[in-house]
Design a protein around this ligand. Sequence first.
Ligand code: NAP
Ligand code: ZN
Ligand code: ZN
Length: 351
Amino acid sequence: MSEVKAYGAADPKADLKQINIERREVKPRDVKIKITYCGVCHSDIHTVRNDWGNSKYPVVPGHEIIGEVLEVGSEVSNFKVGQTVGVGCMVDSCRECEPCKHDLEQFCEEGMVGTYNGKDKHLGGHTFGGYSEEIIVDHYYVLSVPDNLDTKAVAPLLCAGITTFSPLNHWKVSKGDKVGVIGLGGLGHMGIKFAHAMGAHVVMITTSPEKAEDAKRLGADEVLISKDKDAMKKHQGSFDFLLNTVPVGHDINPYLQLLKIDSTMCMVGAIEPLPDVHGGNLIMGRKNVAGSLIGGIKETQEMLDFCGKHDVVSDIELIDINTINEAYERVVDGDVKYRFVIDMESLRNAN
Ligand code: NAP
Ligand code: ZN
Ligand code: ZN
């Protein structure tokens, strides 16, 4: 085992601060990674603050990891020392159940092992994520990063990217479809970029009129202010697909009215109760409400390759790790364009 520096929270009310954690020795299937950048996902904040009631402390968040390979185990042939790689939201799964066999490890019947707050099969206790100097991961869960992309702006693709790419891919969004992305935050801005790259007519649906210009710059063809009832009415029954990234429980009825017959709204943001849904909003028009969780490893690699081909990365604000607590407040206030990424040199340089 080796000790590395990390940033973690001791309890739901505590700020994140520097701590030391243990990493396992490199095993035959493992890749040891020096973390260079780590994105800040709203899920990190939910976990630190125990919003989902299942957090284990200390929490060391971070599942948008970019790094450089330091060492590979004896059975690893697909990664080499010095290569830039990524690690997303999971670091293990059973690999034998039906979902795992079908490249849907995120739905593993034994439970996927989260990059943080998961059950550590090697050291016992729980897993620690990317707000740390190094991580050791089974090579199966390590991703190759296309070399034409700016690596710090690739970090958020490992969660925000795959979480939005996967539903757009699954529901086969294609050229000419009218697609609405609800909520312009970390996930939403990637939703716009992907839907645009897939050839859709993209409508940004936002509560924040001041984000309109940005939404267009990111690839939206139109902006719809969800609080504007007249504008919402004009778009009624016209969408082929809606991707809802709102991070909290909210009234989805007004959005359901935007869907065409037989079309779907996929929820990715609110992992908590939603207030009453009016049955009429589903029955009238045979509409669907669905959900989606990140994406499997194969699809995550496909997403990264798609980004390499279409030159898609995140819009980021690079921060030092000692400003992480302020960054969290800004994410909660919706004041980030559109993803914070931590420069991990700032942790290596800390005393
Ligand atoms: P974020 O950066 O905070 O963005 C969320 C956006 O939603 C905000 O910028 C805001 O956009 C809108 N919004 C916020 N509160 C709202 C409200 N009460 N009503 C309507 N709109 C509201 O968050 P994120 O990092 O994109 O993450 C979004 C959620 O996805 C989080 O809950 C996270 O835990 C979850 N998540 C899920 C998965 C998955 O696999 N399903 C993966 C990663 C993250 P506007 O100003 O444009 O309205
Ligand atoms: Zn995330
Ligand atoms: Zn499994």
